[in-house]
Design a protein around this ligand. Structure first.
Ligand SMILES: [Zn+2]
Length: 569
């Protein structure tokens, strides 16, 4: 995190066309000899016109990856030392820009400041329900008002709102103070669910050779081989009947290592090599019960038959009731629990360049989107609605009502339209959507140095560089030339670097919520995301600056979408 020392150097250069040719030499000269201090600083060369002067100010930053770029629009956009071919973008609006954000303000953006909050968020919120609860609490603290799906909405210019479904998906939006009917919505959306193992409806199993076990089922690709020998906790949502007869939803988190799926030692030969049966070979152990040998049985909780808790393992009922302070076990009428790796999210690497954590896909992009929404000034793009959507069920196809294929987001936009016109109908809704833009944000495969051959040449997303645009010729991504050009303009204005990813012809692309959401809404859209290693592993890796670099780009999208969109009309 200490990599970012920025040095500004004032250099007087003649305003001639020869500057184009001289610039690369100039930069190399700075970095290698005359000003050795510049070797300490990070990446990128940034240039901008101070208003009303003929001088250029040059700021040089260097990183381990060795990229340099100029940001002045009259300068070459990309000056590479022969590393990857990536498109880098400018840091500052040009002096003629009427942007409400001054270069000085942009310059102060520090991706580092989001690293520790991201680590804390990931450790504290292991389940989809905890993540949604934490985000919506953060929104409430920032003045966002909850809108129930069950009631009529009253939405005003300048208002900030959020709505939820199933406690596992939410949409937050800030209405610009100058918003008018028909204006667009700037959307950043991702998925908040992650691969896991869900507790079965009746998870009680007969004790086997002294082991108490728990019946769980994989959610998406959960319980893959990376789940062996991990320290697993249990958490999720519990439905509790209160004394007034109302059912309340409570969150529970037993975050010490409770469950474990033990490997078979290699000494057993073929049986240890797999393939493994998910129903019989990967049943977690959660305790011991040797009462068949000792004759000392645990005292029963005497739970009445016919109740929900009578179908659940007694020790689990006792632990969860204890955690929630529930004395009458039968007041627990149902629950939705899952296993999670209890290892905290941590910094890694010699220079702490990495983040090692579980469930990075796609809470990373959701985290960046929310932080960006909260960081975006009310004065920037005040004529649009800024919206973040975090959906459940992406890993299993998004078909449920809290998933991206549902009417959750389209319904929210229709309700917004209705609040701004007495004549709301398809005409206004479709006008609004045509003026809108979706940034579908899901994590992207960072390049793995041990498997370079699996990646498409010139499409190697690196860590700690920036958000990556993901393309796919067969429509698994929603990216188009127009959406790429639009996001590139925003990246230029925000000072963000965009990378690019596409899968090789001999591999098959994964999917995101991008195509389904953009086709449902009918708005222009792009797929992009923050790079990570080991997607769908129980323990993955991203760069320590990457959460903040995501915030930077998405904040730029919220800040600049309105003015950049005008260039595309
Ligand atoms: Zn994902």
């Amino acid at each position: 995190m200490a990599l970012s020392i920025t040095v500004a150097v004032e250099v007087k250069l003649p305003l001639t066309s020869s500057i184009h040719a001289e610039l690369p030499l100039l930069i190399m000269h700075f970095v290698t000899s005359d000003l050795p201090v510049l070797c300490l600083v990070q990446e990128e060369v940034k240039i901008f016109h101070p208003p009303n002067t003929a001088d250029y100010f040059i700021m040089v930053r260097k990183t381990s990856s060795g990229f340099f770029t100029s940001i002045h629009e009259d300068m070459p956009l990309h000056i590479s030392r022969g590393y990857d071919r990536k498109v880098l973008h400018s840091a500052y609006p040009s002096s003629s820009s009427s942007s409400p954000l001054s270069p000085q303000k942009e310059k102060r953006f520090s991706p580092e400041k989001y690293t520790q909050p991201y680590l804390d968020f990931m450790t504290k919120n292991p389940t989809v329900f905890h993540a949604v609860d934490a985000f919506t609490k953060q929104l409430e603290d920032a003045g966002y008002v909850h809108l129930s799906q069950r009631t009529s909405w009253t939405i005003k210019p300048g208002g900030k709102y959020y709505t939820t479904r199933n406690g596992s998906a939410f949409i937050a939006f800030a209405v610009g103070k100058d918003y008018k009917a028909g204006n667009g919505v700037g959307i950043v959306a991702g998925h908040i669910d992650a691969l896991t193992a869900k507790v079965k409806p009746v998870p009680t199993l007969p004790t086997k050779a002294g082991y108490v076990q728990l019946g769980v089922a994989p959610y998406a690709g959960g319980m893959n081989t990376t789940w062996w020998d991990r320290d697993l906790g249990i958490g999720g949502k519990v439905l509790v009947k209160s004394s007034d007869g109302k059912i309340k939803e409570e969150l529970v988190k037993l975050d010490w290592p409770i469950a474990r799926i033990p490997t078979l030692a290699p000494h057993f030969g073929a049986a240890a090599n797999g393939p493994f049966n998910l129903e019989t070979n990967m049943v977690p152990i959660i305790g011991l019960d040797n009462s068949d040998l000792t004759g000392k049985a645990e005292s029963s909780l005497n739970i009445p038959a016919g109740t929900f808790v009578a179908t659940q393992p007694e020790r689990l009922v006792k632990a969860i009731a204890g955690e929630l302070g529930i004395e009458d076990y039968t007041s627990i009428v149902n629950w939705e629990l899952e296993l999670f790796d209890t290892q905290p999210a941590q910094l890694g690497g010699l220079g702490k360049e990495f983040i090692f954590a579980g469930r990075i896909d796609d809470k990373l992009c959701c985290f960046a989107a929310i932080e960006a929404l909260l960081a975006s000034s009310d004065d920037a793009s005040s004529g649009i609605v800024k919206m973040v959507g975090c959906f459940d069920d992406e890993e299993i196809g998004s078909y449920l009502r809290q998933g991206a294929r549902s009417n959750f987001m389209s319904g929210a936009i229709e309700r917004i339209c209705e609040n701004f016109s007495e004549h709301c109908g398809p005409n206004l809704v479709n006008q609004t959507l045509a003026n809108s833009f979706l940034v579908s944000s899901d994590v992207i495969h960072a390049v793995n140095p041990n498997f370079l051959g699996a990646y498409l040449e010139n499409h190697y997303p690196r860590l700690n560089i920036g958000v990556t645009v993901s393309a796919d010729p067969n429509g698994h991504m929603t990216t188009t030339s127009v959406s790429t050009a639009l996001l590139s303009r925003i990246a230029e204005k925000a000072g963000s670097t965009l990378q690019v990813f596409q899968i090789r012809n001999d591999s098959r692309s994964g999917g995101t919520i991008g195509p389904m959401t953009s086709s449902r809404l009918g708005c222009r859209a792009i797929d992009c995301g923050i790079p990570q290693l080991s997607m769908h592993s129980i323990r993955a890796t991203t760069g320590s600056l990457d959460p903040g670099l995501g915030v930077k780009l998405y904040k730029g999208f919220f800040d600049y979408y309105e003015e950049v969109d005008k260039e595309f009309q």
